[in-house]
Design a binder for this molecule. Structure first.
Ligand code: FAD
Ligand code: DLZ
Ligand code: SF4
Length: 523
């Protein structure tokens, strides 16, 4: 039985389920389609990364002798959609069935469900077994639970994989989680390592030209482009991280510093997400470094927890809860996304720094995403769908299955607490403690109200006040509500008035001063 096997842009591994049982007579189809390059205005580097990695992977398959049908974005006959390209391919190849690995987005999966009717052929959508926890396994864990907490899920994953486990079902070192050791500010004089970046080869250069020409209006700088686009390069990036950064990853995992976008983070998520690296090999590499004495336990455990815990957990939540998950808006947030998320032009120095780095690198680390741009969106009550589209567009690692739970659940609390036990709301004091952004900002994190007050301070109490009905009963929010209620009435009124004035001044309109000339966004 001849099979058409579709490989998507984030399924770039020879071990992907759709290639299981590849036989003579089968055709492997890969397609670059406008539908995927424009459903949000992806960062230019993200498009280059995905398309170049696709082209390199296609070349590896060709070298292996696989019958490959590769449709390029600039092919004049390109229909622009997965469905259109599958139908066109069926005219070129005599096959009896279609096989594909489950995509990472509900949106794409829903289209695939229609393919049997649209093509008249059986369509097999195979489980994506690159994850350490299958959808079925997650559903068994989730069954009967009212809320899902990552920590308990993570412990089960540790037991099941044996990662960082000692004898008798005990975690190595006696503790499951060393997070308490991982919240230090960056010590003065710390010099994070220079990160391994990769010069674009001819294939990448060709894609960069295409992107420069076709996606000039998209967010972000095209150059310098330094992402790995092959498995070999991604493995080098992994080795470099393990040797140079992992030993320091733990202690200052939450720190932020101007001009140091990468600190000691992995920069591995784009590779994990498109299939250039596997979750298991990355976790094993960190565990091995710990066993060799090359990395302390708080670093190795902290890093493994991000992947074995958070990454698997958010993926489980996504498929367990979609499609209704994306529709919830527990806090009724309804403010349009301020334009400065795209332009970076704002006198809030922390936001300007994080958006600026995001434009330059298609990357920001977790705490920048959660506690700067995310915290602001939460406190200002930005519409969940708008801030989700922003995160999906601007990061090289952004795919719906991982972006949505992080933004909808963790940042916006739009799921009403299914994912996080309380909103990650914080005033300017947190940003001041964990970064050097506040020095030189137009505002002062120590000023709570009045001239120079940090907007995060005003918005924090505004958020507490505005959401009292929903959040006051949450035991983890008892302290802020006690403080707010104990505050002098006049001060409270002043804070709320100033916060409201700040919110009223936010504009989603692409302003002449804040809009880079090349931006034509439609989100
Ligand atoms: P490191 O700090 O080195 O962490 C190691 C790995 O752990 C990462 O490569 C990643 O695979 C995994 N990881 C860490 N935290 C998470 C998490 N919360 N969820 C899932 N995986 C995690 N990650 C994405 O891969 N794609 C996204 O679109 C994405 N959107 C996010 C949006 C928000 C608002 C937040 C708060 C987090 C988001 N994350 C996302 C998670 C995390 O920020 C990134 O995975 C991380 O910053 C990637 O950089 P790194 O490889 O240097 O990570
Ligand atoms: C992100 C992306 C982009 C920019 N372009 C393509 C593409 O042209 N062809 C493709 O197969 N995949 C692309 N991708 C990744 C897809 O968006 C991803 O596979 C879907 O979101 C489904 O998970
Ligand atoms: Fe951000 Fe406030 Fe600090 Fe300015 S003072 S950088 S707005 S936290």
């Amino acid at each position: 039985m001849a099979t058409l096997r579709l490989i998507l842009g984030d399924h770039l591994t020879r071990d992907v389920a759709a290639l299981d049982g590849l036989a003579a007579g089968d055709v492997v189809l890969m397609v670059e389609v406008a539908e995927e390059t424009t459903y949000v205005p992806h960062h230019k580097q993200k498009i280059v990364f995905v398309l170049s990695a696709m082209r390199h992977f296609a070349e590896e398959l060709r070298q292996e002798g696989v019958a490959l049908d590769y449709v390029r974005l600039d092919d004049p006959a390109n229909t622009g959609s997965f469905t259109g390209e599958v139908k066109q391919a069926l005219r070129r190849h005599a096959v009896d069935r279609i096989v594909v690995t489950e995509p990472g987005e509900w949106r794409v999966r829903a289209k695939m469900e229609d393919w049997p009717a649209e093509t008249g052929l059986p369509v097999e959508i195979r489980d994506d077994d690159r994850f350490l926890c299958s959808r079925g396994r997650f559903a068994r864990w989730a069954e009967g639970r009212k809320s899902f907490r990552m920590e308990f899920f993570y412990r089960e994953m540790r037991r099941e994989t044996g990662l960082l486990m000692a004898e008798e079902d005990k975690p190595v070192g006696g503790q499951w989680n060393y997070d308490a050791e991982n919240r230090k500010a960056l010590p003065k004089g710390a010099r994070p390592p220079r990160r391994l970046r990769f010069s674009p080869d001819a294939v990448t250069r060709e894609v960069m030209d295409l992107v420069a020409q076709r996606f000039a209006g998209h967010f972000g700088d095209l150059e310098p482009f330094g992402w790995a686009v092959t498995r070999n390069e991604a493995l080098k990036a992994l080795d470099h991280f393990i040797a140079e950064a992992l030993p320091f990853f733990g202690d200052v995992q939450d720190a932020m510093k101007r001009g140091e976008p990468f600190l000691y983070h992995g920069l591995l998520s784009p590779y994990l997400n498109v299939g250039l690296l596997t979750a298991r090999e990355v976790c094993v590499a960190a565990e091995t470094a710990f066993k060799r004495g090359a990395a302390p336990l708080n670093a190795a455990e902290g890093f493994i927890r991000q992947i074995l815990g958070w990454r698997e957990y958010v993926r489980g939540i996504y498929w367990h809860q979609m499609p209704s998950y994306a529709e919830t808006n527990a806090l009724g947030a309804d403010r349009p996304l301020p334009w400065f998320y795209w332009s970076g032009e704002t006198d809030l120095a922390c936001i300007a720094e994080v958006v600026g780095e995001t434009r330059r690198n298609a990357y920001a680390h977790h705490i920048q995403r959660l506690m700067v741009t995310g915290n602001f969106a939460l406190l200002a009550g930005i519409r969940p769908a708008e801030i989700e589209a922003w995160y999906l567009a601007v990061y090289a690692d952004a795919f719906d299955w991982v972006e949505l739970p992080n933004v909808h659940g963790m940042v916006m609390f739009a799921d009403g607490g299914l994912l996080a036990s309380k909103p990650y709301a914080a005033s300017g004091a947190y940003i001041d403690r964990m970064s050097d952004y506040c020095a030189g900002c137009a505002y002062d994190p120590k000023i709570k109200v009045g001239e120079g007050a940090c907007p995060f301070n005003l918005l924090y109490w505004h958020f507490i006040d505005a959401n009292a009905e929903t959040l006051k009963g949450n035991p983890r929010m008892a302290m802020p509500y006690r403080t707010w209620e104990g505050m002098d009435g006049g001060r409270k009124a002043r804070i709320l008035t100033e916060a409201q004035a700040f919110l009223d001044g936010l504009s989603a309109e692409p302003g002449a001063t804040s809009r880079p000339a090349q931006m034509t966004l439609d989100v």
